[in-house]
Ligand binder design. Structure first.
Ligand SMILES: O=C(O)CCC(=O)C(=O)O
Length: 242
């Protein structure tokens, strides 16, 4: 079954001395639920290194199916808040063969002496619709609520047992004409190992993302041109991994 999956293992040593390891599981398109179920049947020496991530996952009794259904529920609430039907994203086909994947993350926690700061993940926002994040409770994740303010003010995200963290992605920011702003976040090294599991929920790659009617007006025109979701994500990934 694991043959159905695209599995990608990264060891990212960033130039400013950051270190994190990530194990990606998923297909670009999730076309059937079977593919979602079989993720943790993959057995490799690399995956064993991520046992703490699978522990987070198992402890919460969550599976990707559950992640997907939580993601859909949250997006229904977002649709309602924008005066759209709860099923809006479902009805336009966002969840038919969505692009979604899991990232299992391990931060060794080493604090380095570099002047660039001690980041396990430097400041970024995610590219897609929403990201659901489960962590082992070790601190380190920070968000900046006002992205355009300088100097930036970073706040710790406090762990709540049993809760998932929801990050808004850049595509949703485009879709909603910045009514929902994507979450600028980073992970700082705290001198302690840290594990987390992120589920990135992005729409069907052929879906055209254009400003929602309820999010623009004559006084507040669309800020971004329409773009196919897949093209947008490809563009962002090619810049990141060039
Ligand atoms: O590990 C975390 O808490 C955040 C992960 C993250 O920001 C990412 O993988 O994009």
């Amino acid at each position: 079954m694991s043959g159905l999956l695209e599995v990608m293992i990264h060891r990212m040593m960033l130039t400013n001395g950051l270190l994190k390891r990530a194990f990606h599981v998923g297909r670009r398109q999730l076309s059937c639920t079977m593919q979602l179920h079989c993720e943790f049947s993959i057995c490799s020496s690399q995956q064993r290194k991520f046992n703490n991530c699978t522990a987070i996952y198992n402890h919460r009794s969550i599976s990707t199916i559950v992640f997907l259904s939580i993601g859909k529920r949250i997006l229904s609430l977002i649709a309602l808040s924008l005066n759209l039907d709860a099923e809006f994203f479902e009805n336009i086909g966002a969840f038919s063969c969505p692009s979604a994947f899991l990232r299992l993350l391990h931060y060794p926690g080493e604090v380095n002496e570099s002047d660039d700061g001690n980041y396990g993940a430097s400041a970024h926002s995610d590219y897609g619709m929403i990201t659901l994040l489960a962590t082992d409770g070790t601190p380190g994740l920070q968000i900046c609520r006002e992205k355009d303010r300088h100097p930036q003010y970073w706040e710790d995200v406090h762990h709540i047992d049993g809760a998932l963290i929801v990050n808004i992605g850049d595509l949703l920011e485009r879709w909603t004409n910045c009514i929902f702003r994507s979450t600028l976040h980073r992970v700082v090294a705290v001198g302690k190992e840290r594990y987390s599991v992120a589920f990135f929920l992005d729409p069907n790659p052929n879906l055209v993302v254009q400003c929602l009617e309820s999010c623009c007006s004559v006084a507040c025109p669309p800020r971004f041109p329409p773009i196919k979701s897949g093209d947008y994500l490809k563009e962002r990934l090619s810049v990141t991994y060039k």
